[in-house]
Design a protein around this ligand. Structure first.
Ligand SMILES: O=C(O)CC[C@@H](O)C(=O)O
Ligand SMILES: [Zn+2]
Length: 543
């Protein structure tokens, strides 16, 4: 009987979910003979919790190809209900718009939703969720759909709820620097609003032109300024969220200090929409500092990059606002595939490139400080070559090299993306070992936020190929786990890594997450559980 334990546990969990909850399940290292899992081992499978007419809960499993017939299909009555609730504009059934919403930014994950809903306020979000819950309609929350791990698109035909029409800035307090806004605000719009007010967002990332702040918060997006301003767990002072059953949770505080009980907002930051839909956010923003300086440097070895980071922290201190790196393969790729990009340090290609940004309030001092740092780094042999941006255009051309990498990779062909946190001293060992592991079949391209230990390991190949994938995984996850890294530094788990959580979280931690979610939220989030044999059963809430 031992061998049925994983499946039994799955069954036990299923009775805990609200009827209509759709889950994705992957069973790893488990006996293939159980009827439940025999056909679906090693694949994420949709898993539905249903309520029978007698009120008894049961589960039903479909393969990745077949949709579970027990799960409700959108009916004309549902459409009428949503049109009455949201108006024509809020109910999108147009094929082109749906295709865009069903497909992730990389074109790698694709759902088949027939319905996209666009609520205009929290009450509408609440009504939608209450209705979908009662009708057994699966939903998937979506922001700007810029995610890289398949977390923002439907797995099958879930109703997509996009809060993009909820884009009002509700208040801004100059003295405290607290901005309160709706979840659908585009990050770049918030950045320019704050710029006019003399403030900045503590968050900046390449996808700023289309990502939404609700999605940023739900995925705990890291980005380029984390080194200076910390993670969103520090900057987000409050939020409002709607649970799967329609309950609105008002946690929209604007206070820096509030020690009254558990700080529940933190559960929503980074929970990838699994606990509910974030509808409003209050965020602490720092004042804009007048002097921004950027240097683009080259190092010949990874040890020098690490030493340079330490020196930068010591010599530039509080004004250091970014420390990004790319290796020579990343540089070659960006030069080849992005129009108008040129190497600021011609003519030769160096092994590593570092972008250092300082942000301060004393223009003369800050510039001289960075110049002196650069000079000293060249003299001491840490830096092979370097250049300081002379104007804003040159500064943005430096940033373009780093921020343009995801786009350059897309242009180069197929790409396998890994977003890892690793101890700094080990980080580049993985890249080198991966090169040996992969051989000539693909290019291993490394870049990332060196200042906060976040490596973006990208494997670029002419086309997707299972043989290449088999060389990458589970090697990359095992390596990361062995070195006590995280398999998701800032992109989240999504569909890509929901089943891999055990590489970064202990069985006890994962089990606590699940038990907690059941007790408090009466649902299961995008997470995993372990059976008693330490096989992994991963469950990922889509509704
Ligand atoms: O392309 C990637 O792997 C990382 C994307 C993004 O997080 C970045 O830092 O540019
Ligand atoms: Zn990043």
């Amino acid at each position: 009987m031992e061998k049925w334990r994983a499946a039994d546990r799955l069954l036990k969990f299923s009775s805990r979910f609200a009827s209509g909850t759709k889950l994705t399940c992957t069973i790893i290292n488990y006996d293939h003979t159980h009827p439940l899992v025999s056909e679906c081992c090693f694949f994420p499978i949709p898993f539905y919790c249903c309520k029978s007419k007698q009120g008894k809960y049961f589960y039903s499993v479909a393969t990745t190809v077949h949709r579970n017939p027990l799960f409700s299909i959108i009916s004309p009555d549902d459409i009428s209900y949503f049109k009455t609730l949201l108006g024509e504009r809020g109910v999108v059934q147009d094929a082109l718009a749906l295709d865009a919403a069903n497909t992730d930014w990389m074109g790698k994950y694709r759902g088949s939703s027939k319905l996209l809903l666009q609520p205009k306020n929290t009450e509408e979000v609440s009504q939608i969720l209450k209705y979908c819950n009662s009708r057994c309609l699966a939903v998937v929350p979506q922001g700007g759909n810029t995610g890289l791990v398949g977390g923002s698109v439907p797995v099958f035909d879930e109703v997509i709820i996009n809060v993009g029409l909820m884009r009002n800035i509700l208040s801004f307090d100059k003295v405290s620097g607290v901005l309160v806004c709706e979840a659908g605000c585009i990050l770049e719009n918030l950045i320019s609003f704050l710029d006019d007010e003399g403030f900045i967002m503590p968050l900046d990332l390449g996808a700023k032109g289309s990502c939404q702040i609700g999605g940023n918060v739900s995925t705990n997006a890291g980005g380029l300024r984390l080194l200076r301003y910390g993670s969103l767990h520090g900057s987000v002072l409050g939020l409002e969220a709607v649970l799967a059953n329609g309950t609105v949770l008002d946690m929209l505080g604007t206070l820096r200090k509030d020690n009254t009980g558990y700080d529940l907002k933190h559960l929503f930051i980074g929970s990838e929409g699994s606990l509910g839909i974030v509808t409003k956010v209050s965020i602490l923003t720092p004042p804009k500092l007048s002097s921004v300086n950027i240097a683009f440097l080259a190092c010949e070895d990874y040890t020098s990059c690490q030493k340079l980071l330490l020196e930068a922290k010591k010599k530039l201190g509080g004004i250091l606002s970014a420390f990004e790196f790319l290796d020579s393969d990343a540089m070659s790729l960006v030069l080849k595939h992005l129009d108008g990009v040129r190497n600021p340090l011609p003519p030769s290609i160096h092994n590593f490139y570092i972008l250092i940004e300082t942000t301060g309030s004393n223009e003369t001092f800050d510039k001289e400080n960075l110049e002196a740092f650069l000079l000293h780094s060249v003299e001491s042999g840490l830096v092979a070559n370097g250049v300081l941006a002379q104007d804003i255009n040159q500064a943005s051309s430096f940033w373009h090299i780093r921020e343009g990498l995801p786009e350059a990779l897309m242009k180069a062909g197929a790409v396998y993306k890994y977003d890892l946190s690793l101890p700094l001293e080990k980080m580049y060992d993985l890249v080198e070992e991966m090169r040996v592991q992969i051989g000539p079949a693909a290019k291993v391209v490394a870049y990332g936020h060196l200042g906060d230990g976040n490596l973006h390991l990208n494997i670029s190949a002419p086309a997707y190929d299972d043989n290449i994938l088999a060389k990458i995984e589970p090697f990359v996850y095992e390596w990361t786990s062995k070195n006590r890294g995280s398999i998701s530094a800032e992109h989240g788990l999504g569909l890509m890594k929901a089943a891999k959580i055990h590489y970064s979280k202990s069985p006890e931690t994962v089990r606590l997450m699940i038990d907690f979610d059941y007790c408090v939220f009466e649902l299961l989030p995008d997470t995993s559980c372990l059976d008693d044999n330490h096989s992994i059963i991963c469950l990922c809430l889509s509704a």
